[in-house]
Design a protein around this ligand. Sequence first.
Ligand code: COA
Length: 154
Amino acid sequence: MELTIDMLRVDSPLVDTVLGWHWREWSHEHDDADLDAWRRHIVERTNLDRVPFTLVAHLDGTPVGSLAVCDDDRDDRFLDRGPWLSGMFVIGPARNLGVGRALLRTAEEQARGLGVPELWLRTGEAGPFYDRCGWIYVARKEQVQDDAVMRRTL
Ligand SMILES: CC(C)(COP(=O)(O)OP(=O)(O)OC[C@H]1O[C@@H](n2cnc3c(N)ncnc32)[C@H](O)[C@@H]1OP(=O)(O)O)[C@@H](O)C(=O)NCCC(=O)NCCS
C-alpha cells in the first residue's frame, strides 16, 4: 500500500472528512461540543508555512488519518510550552499499519523545518503509542481522569 501525507488546505473537502473523524471520536467528551465551532477550529489550522497546520494521511488514495500542530490544545500545567500536537487520529481499519508513526514523523520534520525546537502533547490513553515513537514523558498519568504530558526535542 502507498502511504502519502499532505498538508490540509483551507478549501479542501478533506476539512469535513477530518471534522467527521474528530466529531465521532471526541465530541461525546465535551458537553458543549459545537460542530460549526469545531469546523472553524480545523479551518484555522490550515497554514502551509507556519503553525498551526494539519497533516492528512492517505493509503492508496483513501484518507485514513490526521494530525495537527497548534498552540491551542495545551495542558494547563505547561501553558508556556509548545507548540502542541492535537487531533491525532487514524481510522480503525488503517490502525497498526504505521500511519500514526508516519504522521508523527512528518509533523516533527515539518515543524523542525519551520524552526520549531520541540513539540509537546497531552494524552489520556495513547501515551504508550507516543512512547513507542520516541516521545518522552514530562508528566505521567497518575489518576484515571489525568492526561499524561509528553515532549520531543526536534
Ligand atoms: C493512537 C493511534 C493514532 C495510533 O495510530 P496507528 O496508525 O495505529 O499507529 P502505528 O501503526 O503507527 O503504531 C506505531 C507503533 O505504536 C504502537 N502502538 C500503536 N497504538 C498503540 C497503543 N494504543 N498502545 C501502545 N502502542 C501502540 C504500534 O504497535 C507500533 O509499534 P512498533 O512500530 O514498534 O511495532 C490510533 O490508534 C488512533 O487513532 N486511536 C484513536 C484516537 C487516539 O487515541 N488518538 C490519540 C489522541 S492523544
